[in-house]
Design a protein around this ligand. Structure first.
Ligand code: ADP
Ligand code: MG
Length: 739
């Protein structure tokens, strides 16, 4: 055995999970369902699947096992499989493989497959009994993602049909009882962990220690409501954000008499709706200058504030100096090359700072972290079933999350955690986060239930660990009927069946299908890819006007989607002469998003090709129509019934939707800069309730386009619509699933 191999073995044996190896294997052989809980980093994800694999190889079956381990995010499926393969001294595709949407590595001898939860659900679509699979491991169940909750219902129904199948659930928190009682009988194993003590500082402590003064002016960052542009003076009266209202009550009850006057005054200026980039920069600088070595992990809310903070820090004389600081980002949509850097040890004297989303809370372990900064928030989707409106708001994390974040600091030595909010606010946090199934629109889920032939949607969902509101379910079914995916009897239509085969939201799937049929796929691939990545148009707070002006040069036709198509086309040209970065810089475009769109386009294309919907070989070798009206029509076909009417008055216009009444546009919409829009309707991609309801990414359409591509499609007239499209749809869409 090589030296490296021995070292790795020793490392594996040092993990807390190793001590439970025999207990875990015994439990699995004696129970159909086993639940394993243990602190992050104790070795659940990397070790448990290997224990099973190794014991199967040694057993009489001689390795004839097939273990599937699901991860909530594609990035963890990829990074974990790579780690496990390297622990085994193998390359990916030998005994260990992975599969995520549109990508994967798997060989003939692969017995352990890491995949996203979505991939396993997709497999169930064609293989209801998971034939040949011996073990299913569902990881990170404490996150209570919608797909995971859904998968658990499906697996629970499957277990009696497959008595030899083993189900192992893994969780980072001690909520195993909840899952055990869901499955009736299940054995629970807890892996005791070890972490070093972490000194905890809340906001008042940090202010007291450092003497930093918060003022009303030094906390603004390019985050929060400043981004929004008020379409109308009569915008509904601003309500306090959820974030702020929690704080108000908590602060009233706070006891700060042991703190200095300055701290108390500083705290009174604290703006909970901001993250406070200046303050974070100040703390980071102080750690870098004064504290012992060790990586710093900063928990932010999402990709946009990570990237703006990164820009800000890069301009700092010390923090932006690569010979002193290795500044990295860690979020769900980063590239895999960037991903690897996070685990690397920096050179001596260089301090690693990782700006992360809550992905670094439990699914990705960064080894050398000693300092943690926690902004206390996460961007969370929520759903207002009453108004049928999804909301995307930063909200306070739960106590469990705060504890997880703190724990990240004590893995290798005693650590320090800086919570950027007062202790009293922490005490007001909820214990656990609300499961996703209770706070998101359910359209995709309902479509999946139908395609898996799981019977009545509401009946099926009543079997969930926690069932969603009836109204939320009804809204989703209604939506699917309106877009023609389900018929009046809740049965899948031809269109619906095709949509289930495309791993995108139904509205994007519709655009792809019609784009292929009408031969205008090229621009539509850009639109759909653009809507699947984060907004490529950047709006830095201090250069908001410049950025919005830059975007509007791409717009001639009252459409954010068409503006994106143009921006992308020109980027492709610039990129050919190595001027891609320059071009993006000048036009406030995200290089990362452009690249992501480029590769997504290819992926979606090959998907459509595999489905037999296009017969060309490459995107480039085909000249597709750029007819602007056609593209508008396809966009409308996808986004319907996301529609608002444009009401013109003297000097400007206002917008109305049926459910919300007056709505506003995000300030970076090209339509927000127009005084008049010579169309009666706007179709929009997303509406989000912040304080008012805001529309994001809109395209203006005419009456006839709306009638043809939106309206007449509605309510059971799917057949009529198919005929109207000249039977194209049926001709191209050979049934995707054999009945
Ligand atoms: P858990 O799933 O219980 O949170 P993991 O199995 O993911 O724990 O990780 C166990 C240990 O393996 C971690 O504490 C870390 O030290 C190490 N580890 C995991 N992934 C990597 C990686 N990509 N690079 C280096 N070390 C890793
Ligand atoms: Mg894990």
């Amino acid at each position: 055995e090589s030296c490296e191999g021995r070292e790795m073995l020793e490392f594996r044996r040092s993990l807390p999970a190793y001590k439970e190896k025999d207990a875990v294997l015994a439990a699995i052989s004696q129970n159909q369902v086993v639940i394993i809980s243990g602190e992050t980093g104790c070795g659940k994800t990397t070790q448990i699947p290997q224990f099973i694999l190794e014991s199967e190889v040694e057993s009489v079956r001689g390795g004839a096992c097939s273990i599937i381990c699901t991860q909530p995010r594609r990035i963890s499926a990829m990074s974990v499989s790579e780690r496990v393969a390297s622990e085994r001294g193998e390359t990916l595709g030998e005994s260990v493989g992975y599969k995520v949407r549109l990508e994967g590595v798997k060989g003939r001898d692969t017995h352990l497959l890491f995949c996203t939860t979505g991939i396993l659900l997709r497999r169930l679509l064609v293989d209801r009994n998971l034939k040949g699979v011996t073990h299913v491991i569902v990881d990170e169940i404490h996150e209570r993602g919608m797909n995971e909750d859904f998968l658990l219902i499906v697996l629970k129904e499957l277990l009696p049909r497959r008595p030899e199948l083993r189900l192992i659930l893994m969780s980072a928190t001690l909520d195993a009882e909840l899952f055990a009682s869901y499955f009736g009988k299940a054995q629970i194993i807890h892996i005791p962990g070890f972490t070093y003590p972490v000194r905890t500082h809340f906001l008042e402590d940090i202010l007291e220690m450092s003497g930093y003064m918060l003022t009303p002016y030094n906390q603004i960052d390019d985050y929060g409501q400043e981004k929004m542009w008020k379409m109308s003076k009569q915008a509904p009266r601003k309500r306090k954000s959820q974030i702020a209202s929690v704080v108000e009550d908590a602060l009233k009850a706070a006891d700060l008499k042991d703190y200095s006057h300055q701290t108390q005054e500083s705290l009174s200026y604290w703006n909970p709706d901001c993250i406070g980039f200046n303050f974070i920069e100040y703390i980071l600088y102080n750690i870098c200058e004064k504290e012992r070595p060790g990586a710093i992990l900063v928990f932010m809310t999402g990709w946009d504030d990570i990237s703006s903070l990164k820009d800000k820090l890069q301009a700092h004389p010390i923090l932006g100096d690569p010979s002193r600081v290795l500044l990295l980002a860690c979020h769900g949509s980063m590239a895999s090359s960037e991903q690897r850097l996070i685990f690397d040890q920096p050179e001596d004297g260089v301090r690693k700072i990782v700006l992360a989303t809550n992905i670094a809370e439990t699914s990705i372990t960064i080894n050398d972290v000693v300092f943690v900064l926690d902004c206390g928030k996460a961007k969370e989707t929520s759903y207002d079933a009453l108004n049928n409106t999804p909301c995307l708001l930063p909200s306070w994390i739960s106590k469990v999350s705060a504890q997880q974040r703190r724990g990240r600091a004590g893995r290798v030595q005693p650590g320090e955690c800086y919570h950027l909010y007062p202790r009293c606010v922490h005490d007001a946090f909820a214990e656990y986060q609300l499961p996703e199934i209770l706070r998101t629109p359910l359209q995709s889920l309902c479509l999946q239930i139908k395609s898996l032939k799981l019977g009545s949607i509401s009946e099926f969902l009543s079997k969930a660990l926690q069932s969603p509101e009836l109204l939320a379910v009804q809204n989703a079914i209604e939506y699917l009927k309106i877009i023609g995916a389900l018929d009046e009897n809740e049965m899948l239509t031809v269109l619906g069946r095709h949509l289930t085969m495309l791993p995108v939201e139904p509205k994007l799937g519709k655009m792809l299908l019609l784009g292929a049929i009408l031969n205008c796929l090229d621009p539509i691939l850009t639109v759909v890819s653009g809507l699947s990545v984060r907004d490529p148009f950047l709006t830095p707070f201090d250069k908001k006007d410049l950025a919005e002006a830059a975007k509007s040069q791409f717009s001639r036709d009252y459409s954010d989607h068409l503006a994106l198509v143009r921006a992308f086309e020109r980027w492709k040209v610039a990129e050919k002469v190595y001027a891609g970065y320059d071009y993006c810089w000048k036009n406030f475009l995200s290089v990362q998003s452009m690249k992501a769109i480029d590769s997504l386009r290819k992926e979606f294309f090959s998907l459509l090709k595999d489905a037999g919907l296009v017969d060309a070989n490459t995107i480039d070798h085909n000249i597709w129509s750029y007819d602007e009206h056609l593209i508008r029509a396809v966009i409308c076909y996808g986004l319907y019934p996301g529609i608002s009417s444009i009401v013109h008055n003297e000097k400007s216009f206002s917008l109305k939707t049926m459910e919300d009444g007056q709505v506003l546009l995000y300030s970076n919409s090209v339509n927000a800069r127009e005084a008049k829009i010579p169309f009666p309707w706007l179709v929009f991609n997303e509406k989000i309730k912040v304080n008012s309801v805001f529309l994001r990414d809109s395209t203006a359409v005419s009456d006839s386009v709306l009638l043809l591509f939106g309206g007449s499609l509605s309510r059971g007239d799917t057949d009529g619509h198919l005929k109207m499209l000249g039977g194209y749809l049926e001709f191209f869409m050979k049934p995707a699933v054999a009945d």
